[in-house]
Design a protein around this ligand. Structure first.
Ligand SMILES: [Zn+2]
Length: 199
């Protein structure tokens, strides 16, 4: 099958970001022990009636054992990136999206178990607008966001790189090659449409 005919292919740019985050971000260091496959989807991705930027999932054990070659390292988790939306993101948004994706992946080193974590905050903009800091999670979110509000503080410096490695799938040079750009719709309210679904 030609690369252009595939709906899904490994997305090297995103996989590299994932590897860097696992190496550099304290919260993600544990994930160095798992295999994360990062693919792009040419098919449109939607959730809750909006464009979905990416989705993450845990690969079931049966799939890992049945569908993978014996000598291949099967993935524990997958990140599927909406290629059309990805192409419209800035570099820092791409890093933030992969940061979000990794936030969903739970791993316990003692027994090797993996799971999908839910979001720390689930809230409607309308409820926050009408009811303010009504819940503990909304209050925490407001505190976390405070330094990022315009005019309050300089942007946080990126974490310093340290040595270390991560397994992020295997690639052939052909799969690593950049895909042909797809036709883009004009981005509208991209921030508001941002969505990442786990499952
Ligand atoms: Zn999410």
């Amino acid at each position: 099958m030609q690369d252009e005919d595939r709906n899904y292919f490994r997305l090297t740019e995103a996989a590299d970001i994932v590897a860097r985050l696992i190496r550099d971000v304290e919260d993600f260091k544990l994930l160095a022990a798992v295999v994360i496959e990062v693919v792009a989807s040419r098919k449109p991705m939607r959730a809750s009636n909006r464009a979905q930027l990416a989705k993450g999932g845990k690969v079931p054990r049966f799939a890992r054992e049945v569908y993978c070659d014996q000598d291949d390292d099967p993935p524990d988790f997958t990140v599927t990136v909406n290629l059309e939306e990805w192409a419209n993101l800035s570099d820092s948004q791409k890093v933030a999206l992969m940061d979000h994706a990794l936030g969903h992946f739970g791993y316990e080193s003692e027994d090797g178990s993996t799971w999908i974590k839910g979001h720390d905050i689930e809230e409607f903009l309308g409820t926050m607008q009408r009811r303010g800091l009504w819940s503990e999670s909304v209050r925490q979110a407001s505190e976390v966001l405070q330094p990022h509000l315009p005019g309050t503080a300089p942007e946080a410096a990126p974490p310093k790189a340290k040595h270390g490695g991560v397994k992020v799938g295997k690639q052939t040079p052909a799969e690593a090659a950049s895909p042909k750009p797809t036709k883009m719709k004009a981005p509208t309210e991209k921030e508001a449409k941002a969505a990442f679904a786990a499952g």
